[in-house]
Each structure stands twice: as C-alpha cells, then as structure tokens.
Design a binder for this molecule. Structure first.
Ligand code: FAD
Length: 443
C-alpha cells in the first residue's frame, strides 16, 4: 500500500516527444502536470533523432505511404500546422521548409523544445520525475482510470488526476513482443531507438481493458550494414542505408521481394520476412554518386555510405562486373547466379517492358547498369512498431468494443495504427497526438 497520494491535473507516463509535448502544452495552459519517466533523463528516442519535423503533403500521400488508419493519419496532418506554430512561437523551427520523402518539414531544435516543455511543467507547479516506473493504473467507478501507482526506489506514490496519458514510446525494446507483433525473425532485430520503450505503456492499457492493434505488423526502421559493435547512437544514422530506395534488394534465393522505391523504412519492413532477416542491397555507380554519398538532409555534408559501412565491419564488395557480383553473393550465402539473372531481367524490363517489372516500382524505375556495382549485406533495425493501443482521433484509448476508457489517453509510439506499412514522420505523430491528448484532457 502506498502511504502518499499526490493530486494533479494530468499524469503523463513517459517523457519523450509525445509526453513532453502534451505536458508542456497542458502546463502552458495552466495545468499541473506530473510526468513519470523510467530513465534518468527525458527525451527518449526524440533526443537521438535528426529533429526533422515533417509529415505527408496530402491526405492521398498519407494514405499511400502512411498506410494506417486514415482517421489517425488525417489527425496528424490536420494538427501539424498548430504544432509548427507552437514550435515557432518558442523559436524552435530552425530551417526553411524542406522536402522530406513524400512530404515536407523543418529542422527543429528538439533539445530546446523538450527543455521548454519541462520548464513550462515546472513553472505551472508540476514535476518531471525520473527513474520511476508505473506499476499499475488506478481504477475508479465504471472502469475509469483515475491515476497511477508510481514506484521509485524510495517508495510508491499514488498519483491521481482526471486524465492519464500513456506515452512510453512503444514496444520495440522487447524481443518477445517484437516476435509476437511483427514476426519470429524480429526477435533478433537491431534496435535503433532508446532502450527503455519495452511495451509497458501498452501493457498498462491492456490491463484495464484497452484494445491492442495486434494485427499491425508494421514498424519504422532502416536497413543497416553489419557493425562490429552495435548500440552506439552514432551508428543509427551513420550505418543506415537511406539510399536503398534507388537500389535493388535481393533475398538469399537471389530474388527481389519488394518495391524498393517506396523508401528505406518500407524496405526494412519487407526484409524482416526474408530468410535470416537479411538482404543483399545492390546499387551501381550512378546511384552511388547521386544518392549513396549525398546527405538526405539538404545542406549537410554527405558521407560515402559504402566506405563507412565497410570501415565499421559491414560485409560488402565493389564489383567491377557481374561475375564479381556472383562470386561475392555466393560467398555471402546468396544465390549469385539467380541474383544476376534477376538483375538482368529487371534491367531489360525497365527499358522495354516497365509494366512487367515485378515487384513493381512505384517511384523510380531505372536500370542498374553502370559498373562498378556496390553490394552490401543489410539487416533491418527497428525504431518503433506501429501496433499499439487503439485510440480515436481525440487520443482516447478504446476498449475491445471500441468505446473510450474514461480518463485514459495515449499518443506517440504507444498509439496503434497511425501507420500501417509505411511512415510519414515519427516526431509529428508524437507531438500532434500529444497536443491533441492535452486538449482532450481539457488543456
Ligand atoms: C536515430 C533516430 C533518428 C530519428 N529521426 C527522426 C526524424 O528526423 N524525424 C522524425 O519525425 N522522427 C525521427 N525519429 C523517430 C522519433 O524520434 C520517434 O518516432 C519519436 O521520438 C517517438 O516519440 P514517443 O514520445 O512516442 O517516444 P520517445 O520519444 O522514445 O519517448 C518515450 C519515453 O518513454 C520512456 N519510457 C519508456 N517506458 C517507460 C515506462 N514504463 N515508464 C515511464 N517512462 C517510460 C522512455 O524512456 C522515453 O523517454 C528518429 C528516431 C531515431 C532513433
């Protein structure tokens, strides 16, 4: 039994992008907010991020590339302008508009945004508490959620409030949950995210009757070359093969298995389902010069992705011709002859029969025929899974019958089905739905 009871206006579980944005927004509007964070610092994956705050440029593009629940995708897009306006008010938009994949966005000062939110919480009489976990949600009449039991090394405290928001960032840090919700192959996925998001927010919700969107196997991640050591944050972008959309991917059988042109994050998803959850990524000299040595962020210096991958333990080869490609593929456990057959057929079809290219290429459909050829073995790394708690467009958590659970909200990676097989920005999902949650809580 806890001895102490603390009252506030809003409880936020998880001090990352969604949680701090909700807390800061509510606090600026006068709420006393208690934010409970498991780690000894705030920021989660957000402070590791590139801070590119972007979303799809139209509802059609959100549907095509986000691929989740259209109502939630649209909620993100519709609230994006208000989020940008708030960031601007605090001088946290630090670039001009830029094209990002199938949308547009801005570079933001993510660290300052999080600091501003924490300052607002403290100014309004609230607190961000660290190294604290939430053991259970407290129930009121008619199944409502009225607070949380927070456990710290110094003891437990019951915190009560009219609204509790779950923003623990998703389940990607837990191997068992990755295997359950994505695929058995996902058990061994590299994790390209904060190590604390292990599905506890989702479990808290499910324990009070929430519905988990467990059919959604999608996730956001990137293809990585092999690294001698993994886990260091700097590898998260350095070894990511963002340019895979301009190359081709082959499985161990030497066959293409997805539409590579829709983006590296989609390619990561499709690679999980291949044998040994790996692929051979191939590109030619044209792609190398134009995309594999150029930064994805305008104005930033590019790095030679192949050279850096090899320097850090990646398995790859620069092949002067197709015979060398066969030799490298065979030596790496891929069917080299089949792979080159597939490549030749693809190249011929892009010129004479593009309509027969299978899998089709939604975007660029150009041959890879300019030697030398760059071949790199890649594996997916996960940033967060798209399965999570069912919410409505007001960020209210829904039970298994589709009815809101009074007092319970979720945003960011804890919210399910915002995307399906696709991705249109993680920071925007977290911040917009966090702001929506603050509004639903009355702030
Ligand atoms: C390297 C990298 C680059 C990225 N770049 C971009 C980018 O440029 N643009 C973009 O849009 N997105 C980017 N992302 C994705 C983006 O950072 C995430 O989608 C976003 O931060 C998710 O927000 P969130 O609030 O759901 O989770 P997080 O920001 O991860 O916050 C979750 C918080 O909850 C805490 N927590 C976990 N469990 C508990 C618990 N049981 N109790 C209390 N607290 C808990 C965690 O410690 C963490 O602080 C990037 C991610 C990475 C890793």
């Amino acid at each position: 039994m806890s001895a102490e009871v603390l009252e506030c206006d809003l409880i936020v579980v998880g001090a990352g992008m969604a949680g701090m944005s909700a807390a800061g927004r509510a606090a600026e509007n006068g709420a006393r907010v208690v934010v409970i964070e498991k780690a000894d610092h705030m920021g989660g994956s957000a402070i590791m991020s590139g801070g590119i705050f972007w979303t799809a440029s139209s509802a059609e593009k959100m549907a095509l590339y986000g691929g989740g629940d259209p109502v939630l995708g649209e909620a993100v897009r519709l609230h994006y302008p208000a989020a940008v306006a708030w960031l601007r008010k605090h001088d946290n938009v630090v670039s001009r508009a830029m094209k990002v994949l199938h949308g547009y966005g801005y570079q933001i000062d993510i660290v300052k945004h999080l600091d501003d939110c924490r300052d607002a919480v403290e100014k309004a009489g609230g607190n961000v508490v660290y190294e604290t976990s939430v053991g259970q949600l407290l129930r009121g009449p008619l199944g409502s959620v009225v607070g949380v039991r927070a456990d710290h090394i110094d003891g437990s405290v019951d915190v009560v409030a009219p609204a509790t928001l779950l923003t623990t960032g998703g389940y990607q840090g837990d191997a068992e949950l990755r295997a359950r919700y994505i695929h058995e192959n996902a058990r061994d996925l590299l994790v390209r995210a904060n190590p604390y998001s292990c599905g506890e927010g989702i479990a808290l919700g499910v324990a009070v009757g929430a519905h988990m969107t467990d059919k959604n196997r999608g996730f956001y991640g990137h293809l990585m070359s092999k690294a001698r050591v993994w886990g260091e944050e700097r590898f998260f972008t350095m070894l990511a093969q963002y340019h895979s959309e301009y190359g081709l991917l082959f499985n161990e059988q030497g066959l293409r298995f997805c539409d590579e042109s829709t983006g590296d994050h989609n390619n990561s998803y499709h690679t999980v389902f291949q044998s040994n959850a790996r692929a051979l990524l191939l590109w030619d000299r044209r792609v190398h010069e134009r995309y594999a040595t150029v930064s994805t962020i305008p104005g930033q210096p590019g790095i030679d992705k192949f050279a850096v991958a090899i320097e850090h333990g990646g398995e790859g080869a620069i092949c002067p011709d197709l015979s060398a490609l066969i030799r490298f593929a065979d030596a790496s456990g891929f069917d080299g002859s089949q792979l080159v057959e597939t490549l030749k057929e693809y190249n011929a079809n892009t010129i004479h029969a593009w309509e027969t290219v299978d899998p089709a290429r939604t975007e660029s459909c150009r041959p890879l025929d300019k030697p030398e050829f760059y071949a790199l073995i890649v594996r997916p790394a996960i940033t967060y899974g798209f399965g999570g708690l069912s919410i409505d467009s007001n960020a209210r958590v829904l039970d298994i019958h589709g009815a809101p659970i009074p007092g319970l909200l979720a945003a960011g990676g804890d919210a399910g089905d915002v995307y399906g097989v696709g991705y249109s920005g993680g920071l925007a999902v977290a911040m917009t739905l966090g702001m929506v949650a603050a509004g639903t809580a009355g702030w």
